[in-house]
Ligand binder design. Structure first.
Ligand code: ADP
Ligand code: ADP
Ligand code: MG
Length: 671
């Protein structure tokens, strides 16, 4: 076994690999860019080596720097994680030329599977069912239109070198096929330096289900069942689970057998994933093989009890697999949520900056016996940098049933505190509460179908709103009680709490009665909202705590609280309301108060996130139409086009290409 390995990656996956190395008694070497000097993976590793400037192309992607770092540290093998150099066969070759071991598959397998055209042709020959289509390179738009017509619309136009959801276009007719060919080609050229395009049938409303395989250098190959990753946004996974609620034993066995056959045919070693799309009739079609550890591998680890990173290291060291297919069984259900630094209320724009608060839910078994696992690469005070992927954490839960795993995920998300930047936890919470997700009726179009106009908070049922009102009331009463005590001398009436109150929840005024009990820490009281029953509310919450944990009618409840002026913003299950506790008299007067109109900002184009101005598309005095592109701002490797919300005339432009902007900086003004 190796004594020392190097991890050629950063963030949560570097931390994840270090954990297993440590458990196996192997020393771990981290590498880091200038932007990552204080990153968690650097602190966690036994030693760390600087490899260059912040842009990945000057550090994490420079093969010679990684090889040098191995020489310097004496590491014998390299785990590449995912992304970066993980599927780069030149990297695997460079390591072996330097006498180092690549903890991954042989270069031949990376090359064959790394190219979508080649891998589909290869899979077809190995009797794996592939998406019907044309397996050749398409020369020009005319040929694209002809082939699309032959396959039959709708079709998917894809870049052979594509990855990460890039270089893909759906076409429903000749016009779109022509345009899609051009767009996919230019996107692929700029992202992958390779514009070879092919066309396959677009499978309508499919599910994305993939098989995890594990192979050694002695001819043993097993599969570790499936993961379903149908909850996607822009062809990128958001929620994953294992097993899939859709597969029956027969389909599972057939998909597993094909994945194993493909791995054998390509001489695979190490952990890999064979991705399929599955139609309504459970016909499945090979999409591609990812020749690396997958982002969502933890759900497989949770249902099988196998540490995939450990297996990759053992295989790379030449050990034969100690697991046979018969040893493997699915135990329980696991769900993963990808927690991203992106603003779900602003079309998922990336959000960067310092994590002024980062308190994940406790790991290990929770109150109900479900297991919580949180893979992360950050800590409170760390920075989410604009140079890399904006993932904050991968939150997983594991329980005996799917419903319990989902319920545990909802609880864990409610208790996950992230501050200082915007994040997608409200969106993940809303997904968990969505009846269609809960029923398992999924397709890759789920998010587009269920949130056609974007996300504006989860729908709140009557009970959910009652819970928010009760928490706002309980917290408000505790604050009121403390205030009365602190200022006891000034307030001779302190002592017995008044019984009648009004909870303001956004603009709603809900009369509330403190029926009986004790207000303070602990809070143990019976509360009654007008029109509702008497509810027993208990909590040890103290003013200032951003987390309210307690029980309502003996059921555990968690919510997040934040102070905004005189209001207490309460959020849970993807629903957010601003709450106030008022006396009936104040509530009466309050409704007479003029509502402060927010200033009209529609005259300004504001920068929605910190970023770099790539280009300005209009000039002063120009008339623009709703939907027209105004400016492009780059943040976190993504170009975001800002568009006009209405027809208007540009009065002046305040910034120019190359400027660095902060949030809400005025880019231009309209007349
Ligand atoms: P998974 O199927 O494991 O979710 P993804 O396709 O989402 O994998 O990609 C995994 C990681 O690799 C992500 O961090 C993504 O940003 C990165 N990635 C994927 N394809 C590429 C690529 N061609 N170049 C660089 N990074 C990529
Ligand atoms: P990437 O390399 O970017 O991961 P994939 O080929 O794995 O590309 O496809 C990513 C996603 O795009 C799939 O999970 C699926 O949602 C969608 N997709 C890809 N090909 C098709 C197709 N032929 N029909 C329908 N959806 C597809
Ligand atoms: Mg894929």
């Amino acid at each position: 076994m190796f004594k020392k390995i190097l991890i050629a990656n950063r963030g949560e996956i570097a931390c994840r690999v270090i954990k297993t190395a440590r458990r196996m008694g192997i020393a771990a070497v981290a590498v880091y860019s200038d932007a990552d000097r204080d990153a968690l993976h650097v602190t966690m590793a036994d030693e760390a080596i600087a490899i260059g400037a912040a842009p990945a192309s000057e550090s994490y992607l420079v093969i010679e720097r990684i090889v040098d770092a191995c020489r310097k540290s004496g590491a014998e093998a390299v785990h590449p994680g995912y992304g970066f150099l993980s599927e780069n066969s030149a990297f695997a070759k460079a390591l072996s030329d330097a006498g180092l071991v690549f903890i991954g598959p042989p270069t031949g397998a990376i090359e064959t599977m790394g190219d979508k055209i080649e891998s589909k042709t290869f899979a077809g020959r190995a009797d794996v069912s592939t998406v019907p289509g044309h397996m050749g390179i398409i020369a020009d738009a005319d040929e694209a239109v002809k082939i699309a017509g032959d396959i039959g619309y709708p079709v998917m136009i894809k870049a052979s070198a594509g990855g990460g959801g890039k270089g893909m276009r759906i076409a429903w007719n000749d016009g779109q096929a022509r345009e899609g060919f051009q767009l996919a080609g230019s996107e692929a050229r700029s992202s992958f330096g390779d514009d070879r395009i092919f066309i396959e049938k677009f499978i309508e409303n499919p599910r994305h289900i993939e098989i995890q395989v594990l192979a050694d250098g002695h001819g043993n190959v097993v599969h570790l069942f499936e993961r379903e990753c149908s909850i996607q946004r822009r062809n990128q996974k958001v929620i994953e689970e294992a097993p899939s609620p859709f597969l029956d034993e027969k389909t599972r066995a057939a998909m597993g057998a094909q994945a194993v056959a493909l791995a054998k045919a390509v001489g695979y070693q190490s952990a890999g994933t064979v991705e399929f799309i599955v139609d309504k009739a459970r016909n499945f079609y090979f999409l591609e093989m990812n020749t690396r550890l997958q982002v969502e591998h933890p759900v497989t680890e949770l249902i099988t009890g196998i540490d995939l990173v450990e297996q990759m290291i053992r295989v790379a060291a030449g050990e034969p697999l100690q697991i046979s297919q018969d040893d493997l069984a699915i135990e329980g259900w696991a769900v993963e949520s990808r927690v991203y630094a992106e603003d779900p209320y602003r079309n998922f724009l990336p959000s960067i900056g310092r994590l002024t608060r980062y308190r994940p839910p406790a790991e290990g078994p929770d109150d109900a016996g479900a297991v919580v696992r949180n893979d992360t690469g950050v800590y409170e005070g760390a920075e989410i940098s604009r140079f890399y992927d904006p993932m904050i954490a991968k939150l997983c839960t594991h329980a005996p049933t799917r419903a319990e795993a989902i319920s545990a995920m909802s609880d864990a998300l409610d208790g996950f505190l992230v501050g200082g930047i915007r994040h997608n936890i409200p969106f993940l919470s809303a997904l968990m509460a969505h009846p269609r997700w809960q029923s398992g009726d999924l397709t890759t179009a789920f998010i587009d179908e269920e949130y056609p106009d974007g996300f504006s908070g989860a729908e709140a049922g009557a009970e959910e709103l009652a819970i928010l009102a009760l928490i706002a009331a309980a917290a408000g009463l505790v604050e009121r009680d403390r205030l009365d005590r602190l200022s006891g001398r000034l307030r001779p009436h302190s002592g017995a709490m008044a019984k009648d109150w009004v909870v303001g929840l956004d603009a709603q005024m809900l009369p509330l009665r403190l029926v009986a009990g004790q207000v303070g820490v602990p809070f143990e009281a019976e509360l009654q909202l007008a029109g509702g029953g008497i509810r027993a509310v208990r909590s040890n919450w103290r003013p200032g705590n951003p987390l309210w944990q307690g029980t309502i009618d003996s059921r555990p409840v968690t919510a997040q609280l934040s102070n905004q002026g005189h209001r207490l913003v309460v959020s849970r299950r993807g629903v957010e309301r601003s709450g106030r506790l008022l006396t009936p008299r104040i509530a009466e007067i309050d409704v007479l108060m003029p509502v402060k109109e927010p200033p009209d900002m529609s005259r300004y184009l504001l920068c929605p996130m910190p970023g770099l101005v790539v280009s300005i598309a209009v000039s002063e005095g120009e008339s623009v139409e709703a939907g027209q592109a105004l400016a492009t701002v780059e943040a976190m490797k993504m170009e975001n086009v800002l568009r006009a919300e209405r027809n208007c005339v540009v009065e002046n432009v305040n910034v120019s290409a190359g400027d660095s902007l902060s949030v809400d900086e005025v880019i231009m003004e309209f007349q």
